[in-house]
Design a protein around this ligand. Sequence first.
Ligand code: AMP
Ligand code: MG
Length: 392
Amino acid sequence: MATLIHCLRVVPKVKNTNTEPFVSLFSKRVSRLAIVASFSSSTMSYDKELAAANKAASLAARLCQKVQKELLQSDVQSKSDKSPVTVADYGSQALVSFVLENELSSESFSLVAEEDSGDLRKESGQETLQRITKLVNDTLLSDGSFSVSSLTTEDVLRAIDRGKSEGGSHGRHWVLDPIDGTKGFLRGDQYAIALGLLDEGKVVLGVLACPNLPLVSISGDSQHSSHDEVGCLFFAKVGAGTYMQSLDGSSPKKVHVSTTENPEEASLFESFEAAHSLHDLSSSITKKLGVKAPPVRIDSQAKYGALSRGDGAIYLRFPHKGYREKIWDHAAGCIVVTEAGGVVTDAAGNPLDFSQGRYLDLDTGIIVTNQKLMPSLLKAVRESLDEKNSSL
Ligand code: AMP
Ligand code: MG
């Protein structure tokens, strides 16, 4: 199989020495596929994959930050133009796809991602494609660990189209939202690069790069100012907990969800956009529970990251009727919270099932909190949903 790496004539300067320990126990003649088949996800280390995912998401964050900075400095007219987010979206996907393949050189590389290159292959997309290619090349060069003899526009299109996988319950699939929270990105607010790995239908690692999230708590009662340092990288691996570091590369710290049992101390996180989640319904639920603080409304899976370090204790998401949730909007966030001790379910209390392809097949709504608050939260959700349905 001609891999993208060969097409791109790329030689990594730094070899990743962090190989899965179990691989060395076996003869090289044993095929990688056979090894993968003989180990369940709970016994895999995924160290190499996590290192590659952290690198990919951090570089994509660098690319997005550059575009958002230029966007915020531009005049009012170009701010209403949606093209910056298009460029950053495609650029982030191309970069993550390229870095994963380059770092892991796996033949069975599968990526489920939001974008495809259809529009960029049209005549009208050529200028945008040139901009994306330059951004991707500049970002790779700025890292210093790649000797890239410059990706061509065709290389970039191919990297983007790696994201067409359908996912599913067998094998490994990377799951990517190249910019989660595009509305927040355009406003200059929160957004995230969200990357997860499914193995046999289960999320086994997740990384959230949140370039605008303060390193200190953003819960309703905490004091933070516009001078606070921003840029967080959350990462989690099955059975190994969740860690946070700054995107600039501080040493990682283990994080844990809030342990409060008292709803009066529990603040709620929800979508900034009312079109993405029913704010009235979450307000009715938190009122029943006795939550005192006003809701914290921010865009993207930065909400999962914030919850994983205990900024708030509850995240509720109730999309309007008919909306189907995509796996890339929750895979990374879900493991970041669960490995930090939290629980993520649908409105009926069932765990999220990432094995059904590109969409999540679930009962209305997503509920996130700690183990202690979950029973009373689920009860309040049920009561509020019953009231809503009986008033229709
Ligand atoms: P958030 O910032 O948490 O509201 O979530 C952002 C994500 O919401 C985007 O990445 C979209 O995939 C997703 N989204 C888009 N439209 C809708 C909608 N109508 N309802 C719920 N989620 C949506
Ligand atoms: Mg998204």
